[in-house]
Design a protein around this ligand. Structure first.
Ligand code: UDP
Length: 384
């Protein structure tokens, strides 16, 4: 019998995302593999999503990421409106075997509140689980709502009530990992790249300072708050400073951005992103938070670029120190490690990605979890 999954990607960005978009990238990576394995996928997203699926439901015409710049009272209805659309669909039809949800906090709370008539649900925790302690600490999804992490280290730090709902973790994957071990070597440039949202947890300020001190060219790629291009941020003026990531950029990163030693190029996408990472001597992750899943980490390995990072969150699970990257618990050592990363083998990185981080492997693992969740609807599961 065909399994029908409602994949809830949320209202923030289209799937696949236009550039930046961790969760939407995961959904875009997972869905084609599930469909290859015979799963019917109903995607709950925005109308402009182009990912091939069996059916799509949407409340918003396009991604609402830009709204995140607005004050809370103007933006808090966005995910609720999307979730209301999902609930309407679930009430109106009886062909959904399982909901796979990726919407932070609201998705989990709504599915848990729906009660026993709703289909079983798996909520993937893509986030730092130190957030929302009152939600996670009091969660009661019964036997119907289960969660999974994106790394073991993330779940290990989760509140007890959340861990009691966990059916395990699934590492993130990237289409770049497919046959990554058979790709020809790319000529390496001199630059180091930090790919990701510009944000205190991702530590671009530290990376930029170390670039000046240790003397390596650094490219910062990624959005600052809702601004994808330097000219858009400049045009937004002082009002943009309402956004904490914009304040962080102006106050702590921009002083190091001199257009030479350190450059901010905005969001990069597609081929440009892959070329930028593949030609880098290292990807730097000067983390100040416990990175939960690290899509950009597995992408870097798949592109044959060693990872230099603070040994926080999932990094030690994804990167083998001395083989596919260099990790340290001491921030100030990162500059020296960047200079040493040239000694690591790009082929080792690509081999590791092809072995561990392919979409097929991720989809197989999710199918196993779907099965566990569906069994749990009738019979309680032990925590993973
Ligand atoms: N990304 C991108 N262009 C950029 C910056 C980031 O395409 O300029 C992508 C990156 O390749 C990755 C995702 O955005 O797929 C970020 O996901 P990650 O898990 O690394 O970080 P987070 O979800 O915490 O933002």
């Amino acid at each position: 019998m065909t399994l029908t999954v409602l994949m809830n990607a949320g209202p923030w960005l289209s799937v696949p995302p236009p550039g930046y978009g961790g969760i939407e990238n995961v959904v875009a990576t997972l869905v084609p593999e599930l469909r290859r394995l015979g799963v019917r996928v109903v995607l709950a997203s925005v109308e402009s999503s182009t990912l091939p699926v069996d059916e799509k439901i949407a409340v918003f015409p396009d991604g609402q990421f830009h709204a995140l710049q607005r004050p809370y009272n103007q933006v808090c209805g966005v995910s609720q409106a999307h979730l209301s659309g999902v609930v309407r669909a679930l009430h109106a039809r009886d062909d959904i075997d399982l909901v796979h949800d990726h919407v932070e906090a609201v998705g989990l709370a709504t599915l848990a509140a729906m009660g026993p008539d709703a289909p079983p649900a798996l909520h993937t925790l893509h986030w730092d689980l130190a957030k929302h302690p009152e939600l996670y600490g009091n969660l009661d999804g019964g036997d119907r709502v289960r969660v999974n992490g994106v790394s073991a280290s993330q779940l290990a730090r989760a509140p007890e009530a959340l861990r009691a709902h966990a059916v395990g973790h699934v590492h993130l994957a990237t289409p770049l990992a497919v046959d990554a071990d058979r790709q020809a070597s790319v000529a390496k440039g001199d630059h180091v790249v930090i790919l990701g949202r510009i944000n205190p947890g991702k530590g671009q300020d530290l990376g930029a300072r170390l670039a000046h001190e240790a003397g390596f060219p650094l490219v910062l790629a990624g959005p600052v708050g809702p601004y994808h291009r330097p000219e858009d941020l400049a045009a937004a003026g002082d009002e943009a400073r309402q956004n904490p990531d914009v304040r962080f950029f102006h106050d702590h990163v921009a002083p190091y951005v001199d257009g030479d030693r350190v450059r901010w190029v905005g969001t990069v996408a597609g081929r440009d992103r892959d070329d930028l990472v593949a030609s880098a001597r290292a990807s730097l992750f000067p983390l100040r938070w416990e990175e939960p899943g690290g899509t950009a980490v597995v992408e870097s390995l798949a592109l044959g670029t060693p990872v230099v990072a603070t040994a926080r969150g999932c990094l030690p699970e994804l990167v083998e120190h001395g083989r596919t990257g260099l990790l340290t618990g001491v921030e100030e050592e990162l500059g020296d490690l960047v200079l040493a990363a040239g000694g690591l083998e790009p082929d080792e990185c690509r081999r590791e990605a092809a072995r561990r981080f392919t979409p097929a492997r991720m989809a197989q693992r999710y199918l196993e979890l779907y099965e566990r969740v569906r069994q749990g609807a009738a019979q309680p599961l032990q925590p993973a």
